[in-house]
Design a protein around this ligand. Structure first.
Ligand SMILES: Cc1cc2nc3c(=O)[nH]c(=O)nc-3n(C[C@H](O)[C@H](O)[C@H](O)COP(=O)(O)OP(=O)(O)OC[C@H]3O[C@@H](n4cnc5c(N)ncnc54)[C@H](O)[C@@H]3O)c2cc1C
Ligand code: FES
Ligand code: FES
Length: 462
């Protein structure tokens, strides 16, 4: 397939007072490498290079439908450079570009929050995001994606708490106005960049995305890149061709219907979680323990399902709620219950020419009780050992739905236990693995306790 006529062959974004135009962008190029090696902004630090430590944290802004800038906090080590298209990149240097420190930096300075200082720029940016984003989050939640190995967290949390109540600096407010005007003249996506041995396609419409998928079944579909980024930085993959989904309008939209909420596959975990919480407030704790803010702002619901991970946190919840998936190819559309999507470990019901377009989540109606429990070694930013999502319906013959992650090669329903309501039957439903996170006996024991608590009405997070 030739590059479509009229598509741009470069990306454009706003950074430190200038419009940047880059032609030579490759699938494996991440924002951090560009910042430190090309823009020579070395305030942004490289720590883990896998999304865990937050040392590389920056903020990006893109215009939303109403023309205002929506900010997101990102780990630049695993954020594809191409995703800056049409946006505004804010690094730690941007904050003091006018010559004086930003209010969050002034707030942090007297508290002596830095020893070796390596994590400090990342904490400054996460705290700055806490100031500007107006998210419903505690200071601890705002900093859950940032690690410090030397200084105590007490002062850092105090600074984040103070920042949440600070007005935006007047110099920065003026910069926001300027950026809004500049971004207003830029489109987001709709480009195709070839460098000789690599290619990035960034369709802005679903039809283009489906055609690209059809023509290039071996190209890598990339959504939020929180998995993909690690293939590049840790497995040292050099992907030859990526197709980006996050500029595709249909994939980033959400519709609240009378019976269900339809969420585009490329909607971020943060936005998806917040829309679910408006229907199911019990899910707040689940959302806040999904990665940290940086992972939730980049990672998508579609990526979390399509990667087929048995320990992904959204699939058990969606299975318990009875969600369905909309899959499309150029020629056909299929809707299937999410539990049928997972065939076995590493094998999903997704054809080479198909794309996961959206997730359809039933609205509350008949659901009387929903409890979700994540068992992991650390409270924040950790992968689940077991995730249990348990639902009690108000009526009907089958009143219970129990879905688990971490108990089998795929996320799945505990069908026998749902029928018998005997937690011992989990041993018939599942034969979990032992791995570095937990032994099989522990997974079974903790799951039995969770079902037991749920059935006796004493679940921990009610
Ligand atoms: C530090 C860190 C913490 C994390 N914490 C958690 C956690 O607490 N819970 C958890 O569940 N996960 C966690 N993850 C894993 C990851 O963030 C999630 O799985 C995320 O939702 C993946 O989505 P993505 O958009 O980033 O996927 P990508 O990396 O873009 O893609 C993942 C896979 O899905 C495919 N894909 C993406 N979109 C589509 C589509 N529309 N149609 C078909 N295929 C598609 C891609 O081709 C790829 O194979 C964490 C990751 C990191 C780095
Ligand atoms: S360097 Fe650790 S999150 Fe990016
Ligand atoms: S001050 Fe050294 S890592 Fe935080």
């Amino acid at each position: 397939m030739e590059i479509q006529q009229g598509l741009r062959s470069h990306i454009r974004f706003y950074f430190d007072g200038e419009l940047r135009i880059l032609n030579d962008v490759r699938p494996s190029d991440m924002v951090m490498r560009w910042l430190r090696s090309e823009a020579m902004r070395t305030g942004t630090k490289e720590g883990c290079n896998e999304g865990d430590c937050g040392a590389c944290t920056c903020v990006v802004g893109h215009l939303n439908e109403s023309g205002a800038i929506q900010f997101r906090v990102i780990n630049t080590c695993i954020y594809p450079l191409a995703y800056l298209d049409g946006g505004w990149l804010i690094s730690v240097e941007t904050l003091s570009r006018t010559g004086s420190l930003a209010t969050v930096q002034r707030e942090m300075l007297p508290l002596n929050l830095s020893q070796c200082g390596f994590c400090t720029p990342g904490f400054v940016m996460a705290t700055f995001y806490a100031q500007i984003s107006e998210q419903d989050q505690t200071p601890e939640e705002a900093l859950a994606g940032n690690l410090c190995r030397c200084t105590g967290y007490g002062g850092l949390i105090e600074a984040a708490r103070a920042a949440q109540n600070l007005p935006i600096d007047s110099a920065f407010a003026a910069e926001i106005q300027k950026a809004e005007q500049i971004l207003g003249d830029l489109s987001m996506g709709g480009f195709s960049i070839s460098t000789g041995d690599s290619r990035i396609d960034a369709p802005s419409e679903l039809q283009q995305l489906l055609e690209l998928r059809d023509h290039f079944p071996s190209a890598t579909l990339v959504a939020g890149a929180t998995d993909f980024g690690l293939w590049v930085t840790k497995k040292l993959d050099k992907p030859a061709h990526t197709i980006l989904t996050k500029f595709c309008q249909e994939l980033v939209s959400m519709n609240l219907g009378p019976d269900e909420v339809e969420v585009g596959a490329a909607v971020s975990i943060e936005d998806f979680g917040n829309v679910l919480i408006s229907e199911y407030p019990e899910l707040r704790k689940w959302l806040k323990r999904f990665g940290g803010p940086q992972v939730r702002c980049s990672g998508t619901v579609g990526g979390n399902i399509a990667n087929g991970s048995p320990i992904g946190d959204s699939s058990p919840v969606l299975i318990a709620l009875g969600a369905t998936l909309k899959l499309r190819s150029r020629h056909a559309e299929r809707i299937l219950p999410i539990e049928d999507f997972f065939i076995e470990y590493g094998n999903q019901d997704l054809r080479p020419d198909e794309v996961l377009v959206s997730v359809l989540v039933p609205r509350r109606s008949d659901i009387k009780r929903l409890v979700v429990e994540k068992i992991s070694k650390r409270h924040d930013q950790d992968i689940s050992i077991v995730l249990a999502a348990m639902v009690e319906l108000a009526s009907g013959v089958s009143r219970y739905r129990f879905a688990f992650g971490g108990m089998a090669g795929t996320p799945m329903l505990a069908r026998k236990t749902m029928e018998s309501l005997n937690p011992d039957d989990l041993a018939s439903d599942f034969s979990p693995l032992s791995d570095h996170r937990a032994d099989a006996w522990y997974r079974l024991a903790v799951s039995k306790n969770l079902v037991d608590n749920f059935l006796s009405g004493s679940a921990l997070n009610e």
